[in-house]
Ligand binder design. Structure first.
Ligand code: COA
Length: 183
């Protein structure tokens, strides 16, 4: 049998204003499916996030087969339920000071400022924890809400990656956002 992969962030718990950020757990499966299996969540995400989001997809994710458990990926818990996720994927070698940010939240919680506060809380932890100096995020051109979340967290828009994503409805541009520490 394969050795279980290390989960260095399994004990992390960050208490925010109206939410908790903590590691995903096997008992999150039902709430994960409730919030992830929604056609309005994945369009702005990479196709690692499937639709429909099946029980098998949820089990594979919680078992650490989709995102490497060595990455600082945390669940967003609101009202006692895991209902979203935030993570930063660090680069390697001369990019190891930098990480790419990604996040999603269940639709029932949108538009209340949650993700703006989640990103702030997460960055306050992950930047020193991983000795990062840069965080970047790629936002599909139609995803105005995500771009606002980044702007409100001090990110600058750095450019446009034209036609960088091919979805079923054609090519999409990616707006590149970045923030440096110290600013
Ligand atoms: C993007 C997402 C994380 C936003 O979460 P949220 O908790 O609703 O975000 P907040 O409430 O903190 O902030 C949203 C901001 O976008 C604005 N906004 C929302 N929808 C908008 C729209 N269609 N056009 C313009 N602005 C919009 C809000 O007014 C708010 O800005 P404001 O505070 O200046 O008024 C959430 O919609 C989501 O999970 N979407 C699906 C996954 C996804 O796209 N992830 C990001 C990939 S880069």
């Amino acid at each position: 049998m394969a050795e279980p992969r290390p989960r260095p962030y399994a004990a992390v718990r960050l208490d925010g204003d109206g939410f908790v950020l903590r590691a995903w757990r096997a008992d999150d499966l039902d709430s994960l499916l409730l919030h992830a299996d929604d056609p309005l969540v994945p369009p702005g995400l990479s196709d690692r996030f499937p639709h429909p989001y099946t029980r098998a997809d949820g089990e594979a994710f919680l078992a650490g087969h989709v995102v490497d458990p060595a990455e600082p990926l945390l669940a967003i818990e609101i009202d006692g339920q895991g209902c979203g996720s935030i993570g930063a994927r660090p680069g390697r070698g001369d990019r190891a000071h930098s990480a790419e940010l990604g996040y999603w939240l269940g639709r029932r919680y949108w538009g209340r400022g949650h993700m703006t506060r989640v990103v702030a809380t997460y960055l306050d932890w992950v930047v020193p924890a991983l000795s990062l100096q840069r965080i970047e995020a790629n936002v599909m051109e139609f995803n105005t809400a995500s771009a606002r979340v980044l702007e409100k967290n001090g990110f600058r828009e750095e450019g446009l990656r034209r036609g960088a994503v091919l979805k079923h409805d054609g090519l999409h541009d990616l707006r590149l956002f970045g923030r440096l520490w110290p600013r």
